[in-house]
Design a protein around this ligand. Structure first.
Ligand SMILES: C[S@@+](CC[C@H](N)C(=O)[O-])C[C@H]1O[C@@H](n2cnc3c(N)ncnc32)[C@H](O)[C@@H]1O
Length: 413
């Protein structure tokens, strides 16, 4: 093993940020928590530089707002100004498009405020003295406690002591629990994995813990142990109870921004297909004004969407279909009845579905993406088949991280 401190300090200039938010210097080597234009000194034991000292700081450098930033892996970019981050995230999208010979008009970025994250997966384990909960350090399995986290919503912070108790009840000495927490209208919705096998005494202790902390629902390794109140989410004015562990946009502000753009893009459409619909984040509010066909791979999420629709008066028709859109995308004749399509795929993108849209005559597409690289490839297909990319908005609901989300409008020429 190399002793880093025996290596000489070398001087570098940071040329740009990589996709994970690290500075990149000649080599290439990665320099975490640096910014383009900075001159640094560091040791080169590995691809990731160590012992980094900032010799000439960037004018975009700010004091990180969170005291856990140096140790915690939850945020990568708290040392950069908001202005720098906004322009860097837009640049990530611009360069993904440029790699496919595309350009676009950008609408102003929408950034979620500090303390707005409403879901997260915590790590929790037993210790010699009791238990601890927090996030992992960067690229490591070392856990960091985050009592003054600036990212989480204050209600999400309430999950930290709950996760510690969960470790005491549900983890062996060698296990680290993954505690997925989502805020709901009726309290925290918690799904634990990687714990001990459930038995009678554990079920009793977990139910008592849910009572003590006023949880809405607690699931343990895929079994719902207790539902004290339905863990409801509100999509616009429609209330839905998602299944345990279901996808939910990371912040309320991000969801609202995405939904406002989706609504603007579909405009006066009368029939819309919402593909990769989840529990109805877009489909159900759209049904105030238009008929919607929602398609999604997860049957439990489709049932939640359907139940939300049934109990809400005044909505237009919402049909739904559980379908794997990678293997069985909607075909051109199935797309023919729709005036607009909403697409919100996972990181892998929607290549198979995009190919079918290209062969269809759907006039408008609202494409929501959490991966600029796969988005740009799908955009290239659409544009090669007669669509125009009207505009893009970056919606930053993963503040201080390198994640980039966007919503884009396409129209048939
Ligand atoms: C980024 S989420 C968006 C969900 C929803 N639009 C929302 O905003 O809450 C992507 C969704 O695609 C679904 N999904 C993933 N792979 C799929 C596939 N092969 N076919 C259909 N749906 C899939 C996931 O279950 C998830 O609900």
């Amino acid at each position: 093993m190399t002793d880093d401190h025996q290596l000489p300090l070398r001087r570098f200039s940071v040329t740009r940020l990589g996709h994970h938010g690290d500075g990149i210097v000649d080599g290439p080597f990665f320099a975490p928590r640096t910014l383009p234009g900075e001159v640094i000194e560091a040791r080169t034991a590995d691809k990731v530089l160590t012992d980094i000292r900032i010799i000439e700081p960037s004018s975009d450098r700010v004091t990180p707002p969170c005291r856990h930033f140096r140790s915690c892996g939850g945020c990568q970019l708290q040392h950069a100004s908001d202005v720098f981050l906004a322009s860097w995230k837009q640049e990530v999208v611009r360069s993904a498009l440029a790699a496919n010979n595309l350009t676009a008009e950008f609408l102003p970025i929408s950034v979620s405020p500090p303390q707005s994250r409403r879901r997260a997966t915590l790590a929790a384990r037993r210790t010699k003295k009791g238990a601890m909960a927090g996030l992992y350090a960067r690229g490591s399995d070392v856990m960091v406690e985050i009592p003054e986290c600036r990212l989480f919503h204050p209600d999400l912070m309430k999950a930290l002591p709950v996760a510690e108790e969960l470790a005491t009840i549900g983890a062996s000495r060698k296990q680290t629990l993954a505690v997925a927490v989502t805020m709901s209208r009726n309290g925290l919705d918690i799904a634990v994995s990687n714990g001990k096998p459930l038995d009678g005494p554990m079920r009793r202790d977990l139910a008592a813990l849910a009572e003590r902390h006023d949880l809405a629902r607690l699931s343990f390794d895929d079994e719902v142990v207790v539902t004290r109140a339905p863990p409801e989410q509100r999509f616009g004015d429609v209330v839905v109870t998602p299944p345990s562990g279901a996808f939910l946009q990371a912040t309320q502000e991000g969801e609202d921004a995405l939904r406002a753009d989706v609504r603007r893009i579909v405009g006066a459409a009368r029939r819309v297909a919402d593909l990769f619909a989840g529990c109805g984040t877009f489909a159900l509010p759209l049904a105030r004004d238009m008929a919607v066909h929602a398609v999604e791979g997860d049957a439990a999420m489709m049932s939640a969407l359907d139940a939300g629709w049934r109990r809400t008066p005044g909505l237009k028709a919402v049909t739904h279909e559980t379908r794997d859109l990678f293997r069985r995308p909607l075909l051109p004749d199935e797309l023919a009845p729709f005036d607009a399509v909403v697409l919100d795929p996972p990181r892998a993108g929607a290549s198979a579905q995009t190919a079918q849209i290209c062969a269809s005559s759907v006039p408008v597409i609202a494409y929501v993406s959490c991966n600029p690289v796969t988005f740009a490839k799908d955009a290239r297909q659409l544009i090669d088949h007669g669509y125009r990319l009207v505009s893009i908005r970056v919606v930053d609901q993963f503040r201080w991280s390198s994640h980039v989300e966007l919503v884009a409008e396409f129209r048939r020429n």
